[in-house]
Design a protein around this ligand. Structure first.
Ligand code: MOS
Length: 727
């Protein structure tokens, strides 16, 4: 039995609000939490497998060229070595956009330092690792493109990402206040805690891979495609994922290589990328050059808005960081110019990392807005409120739900913004200068096709889907939706995730996971409610389900009794429809920060940070808050420390480990506060929820940079804001 919903119309019933269980939105602990903190949750590389052997990838040390010869025999003769593999399929980037697409690389072609070229398989990990260091690979180098801003390199302008409305040059010329400035953001690494790892096993022509992945259905197709086999023969299992942050959206080299190796040696093979390989071969966020032009009248009303972005990517890849994604609709301005350019570069493949687009685009736009506020002498909160459009300023579509205005007000109130002194260097504590800054938050929202199976049996509820939990709380929020809809206590709900044998969904990505798969669970539960009502001879609207009982009129029946030994199992399917086109959907929020800048050393310390967010219905106040805290923490990293450094000689990543790539740690993260606003978005999903995962980073770094300016009067236009740029 399948229940199907296409989201063509807004759903204003807010059904979850009228249920009786009272569990939706509650700040429940993550169901799998105890397994994780006790080390019993099994990650990809930890599955007990008999006759397991180990593989290690060998990397390219040149930026561009091809493999001439691999001298395999000396290594093949080494102790414990089972095979040396130089299959062409290893070299390709396995996550090349859409599965089924022909590879863009020629045979044996090299595009970046760190690209896997060969694979050593041995009895033990130590033998494989040692042998890998001994493998001689002869390459022929050709000239690489290494400078992302070289004027001599061709730049592409993909269709659909450019806007030109009105006359921005004229608006700039006639403006009372204007900003025309160039900003830079560096590359970022996803830097998930769990390195990419896989264990591959063949049973005849059927492949099972335990891997660490964000989007299983898609990953199954990619893996099949990379191996040249039918997707029906591939099973991926990924119940626990130690963070993804975009780097596990696509299948990575570990899974492909482990599968090739397992085939070659006729045994199961485990392969984990080293931390350095994670940095070099999984996708990075592109660096960017961004020019912002803002034209405003005397009251600070924007008359013109320009955002030109230049990002890089490997030759042939289709993805490029959508820097100006939120610029298209965030602020009103009649004259608009948005330009998106790509330069082809021999650096590690660029991909999605933590809110691709808004994370760096909003950050730069919001830095420029602060510059405009200073220039025009207008309070930064007031400047933003004044420029909120009442419909999409480019295509005139109405907004679904839009609470930027309320988030700004609430944030200003909670942060006591009014006590900020606009003049830089006006607050001092000893040798520390104190400053306050703020920025807006926005992140596009989307619903994706998703399926799940919900089974109500005598003992309780079982939810099954290939959806992943990448540390976000999926196990718990899906159980809360079913618990609320079916009136079943949480301890009688089991959620099974992370297996391609289960009903497929869009996985965890783009902040759509909980709202999309949650909607599929909801749709299935609605059908189960209808079936229970039929059994009881009442209308679904007159049915109350609570604590394992069905109540209608003055009659209460235990669900166990009602169902007996004939469980009700429904497959719920949700599909995006007209609502994704009719309205502009986004989440909004506001960030506020207080920083101290040392007047002698220019060291920056974040003292307080607040985020106020509106993301539709909040499914679990605790896991949602944790997502926001994580986003804000990475916002601190983006503002102050994170930066991929590329060697100008070969494009290689110099700081390719967690000691040298500086993520914020406890000592960098002060008191963070999160406030979630009450909102229902009937256009976004049948559960009126929007995505929240990435909102907490989308613009976050700017509030810190703006606070630095307020503290010490130095405007830094190149992230991260390190002390050398302030001094
Ligand atoms: Mo996200 S960067 O879509 O995992």
């Amino acid at each position: 039995m399948t229940a199907y919903l296409k989201m063509d119309e807004p759903d204003r019933r807010n059904r979850l609000d009228s249920m009786a269980q009272g569990v939706i939105g509650q700040p429940l602990d993550r169901m799998e939490g105890p397994l994780k903190v006790s080390g019993t949750a099994r990650y990809a590389h930890e599955w007990p497998v008999e006759r397991l052997c180990h593989a290690v990838l060998v990397r390219s040390t040149i930026a561009r060229g091809h493999v001439v010869r691999i001298d395999r025999s000396p290594v093949e003769a080494m102790d414990g070595v089972l095979a040396v593999i130089d299959d062409d399929r290893l070299l390709r980037n396995p996550a090349q956009g859409t599965a089924g697409k022909a590879p863009v690389q020629g045979p044996r072609e090299i595009f970046y330092v760190g690209q896997p070229l060969a694979l050593v398989v041995a009895e033990s990990f130590e033998q494989a690792r040692h042998a890998a260091t001994q493998l001689r690979i002869e390459t022929m180098a050709t000239e690489a493109v290494l400078d992302p801003e070289s004027e001599s390199t061709d730049r592409e302008r993909p269709e659909g990402k450019q806007t030109s409305q009105g006359d921005l040059d004229r608006a700039m010329a006639e403006a009372s206040h204007s900003i025309d400035a160039v900003y830079h953001t560096p590359g970022h690494s996803s830097a998930a805690m769990e390195p990419h790892a896989a264990i591959a096993q063949w049973d005849g022509d059927d492949l099972t891979v335990h891997a660490s992945c964000q989007m299983l259905k898609y990953n199954q197709e990619e893996l099949a495609d990379a191996l040249g086999i039918d997707a029906g023969r591939v099973r991926i299992v990924s119940p626990y994922v130690g963070g993804g942050f975009g780097s596990k959206l696509g299948i990575a080299h570990d899974a492909v290589a482990a599968a090739i190796a397992a085939r070659a040696v006729g045994r199961p093979v485990a392969l984990a990328l080293s931390r350095r390989q994670v940095f070099e071969t999984t996708m990075r966020r592109s660096e960017s050059r961004q020019r912002i032009r803002l034209a405003a009248d005397a009251d600070g009303l924007l008359t013109g808005l320009g955002h030109e972005a230049l990002v890089s990517q490997l030759p042939g890849e289709t993805f490029s960081e959508p820097v100006a994604q939120a610029t298209h609709f965030l602020y009103a301005a009649e004259n608009r110019e948005i330009i998106h350019e790509i330069v082809r570069l021999n650096r590690t493949c660029a991909g999605s990392v933590r809110a691709p687009g808004e994370a760096i685009g909003m950050t730069v736009l919001e830095t420029a807005m602060d510059e405009l506020a200073v220039k025009a002498g207008i309070d930064p909160v007031a400047l933003r409120k004044r420029n909120i459009p009442d419909k999409d300023p480019e295509d005139q579509r109405p907004f679904s739900s839009h609470m930027l205005d309320q988030a700004l007000d609430r944030g200003a109130e909670l942060f006591d913004w009014q006590r900020r002194r606009p003049e830089p260097r006006s607050t001092r504590r000893g040798e520390w200068l104190i400053g306050l800054g703020m920025s807006s938050a926005a992140r596009v929202n989307s619903l994706m096709q998703a399926e799940s199976r919900v089974t109500l049996g005598g003992e309780g509820v079982r939810i099954e889907t290939d959806m992943t939990d990448i540390g976000t709380g999926t196990y718990t929020v899906l159980a809360q939706i079913a618990g609320e809809m079916l009136g079943v206590p949480m301890d009688r709900i089991t959620t099974v995730l992370g297996d391609t044998d289960l009903p497929p969904g869009p996985g965890s990505g783009g902040s759509w996971g909980a709202s999309s798969t949650g909607s599929a669970v909801y749709v299935a539960c609605e059908e189960i409610r209808a079936r229970i009502a039929r059994k009881l001879g009442c209308r679904a609207e007159d049915l109350t389900l609570k604590d394992g009982h069905a109540i209608t009129g003055n009659r209460s029946t235990a669900l166990g009794e009602l169902i007996g030994d004939a469980p009700i199992s429904v497959r719920g399917v949700v599909e995006p429809g007209g609502t994704s086109k009719k309205v502009r959907q986004s989440t909004y929020g506001a960030f506020f920060a207080e920083v101290a800048v040392n007047d002698v050393t220019a060291e920056v310390r974040v003292r307080r940070m607040l985020g106020v967010f509106a993301a539709g219905r909040i499914l679990n106040a605790k896991t949602a808050r944790s997502q926001c805290l994580g986003g804000m923490t990475f916002g601190i990293g983006m503002a102050l420390t994170e930066e991929l450094i590329h060697d100008p000689r070969d494009g290689s990543i110099v700081n390719r480990d967690l000691a040298e790539y500086h993520l914020p740690v406890n000592a960098d993260v002060p008191q963070l506060e999160v406030e979630l606003l009450e909102e229902r978005d009937p256009w976004a999903s049948p559960i009126q929820a929007k995505g929240i995962g990435e909102l907490g980073i989308s613009g976050a770094a700017a509030c810190i940079n703006n606070a630095v300016f307020n503290a010490c009067g130095v405007r830094v236009r190149s992230y991260p804001v390190t002390l050398d740029k302030i001094l």
